[in-house]
Structure formats: C-alpha cells, structure tokens
Design a protein around this ligand. Structure first.
Ligand code: FES
Length: 65
C-alpha cells in the first residue's frame, strides 16, 4: 500500500495519511478488488489537502498488485 502511495505522490501535508493508509489496507483486506463505490464508501477519513483522487488511484493500483 505504501508503495502505491509513493507512486501516486498522495501525501500533501501528511497530517491524515497514516489513517488513510490504514483505512485503505483494511478495505483491501475485506474487499481485494474494490469498485469505485467501495473505495468511496471506505475512504471516509477527512483530508484537508483534498488528496482524494490520488488516494483512489493508489488504492486501485494496490488492488492490482
Ligand atoms: S494530506 Fe494534508 S490533510 Fe491529508
């Protein structure tokens, strides 16, 4: 997951990122091939920097690994 985060340069200020990575990891443990709706439904932690598109891309990449 962290490799996908780095590949998509997800973090901005970094404040929310540990929680985002944990939420993404939990999502893929429960749903290894998530849909966009699954990702949107699971990634509900707030990010003041608005990294949501990059988060979604990283989760999709991690799901394909
Ligand atoms: S990266 Fe800044 S709050 Fe999410």
């Amino acid at each position: 997951m962290v490799e996908a985060w780095v590949a998509h340069q997800v973090p901005q200020c970094g404040y929310c990122q540990s929680g985002q990575v944990m939420a993404a990891t939990a999502l893929l443990k429960q749903t290894p091939q998530p849909t966009e709706d699954d990702i949107a439904g699971a990634m509900v932690n707030l990010c003041r920097c608005g990294t949501y598109n990059a988060i979604s891309a990283a989760v999709r990449q991690a799901a394909q690994a």
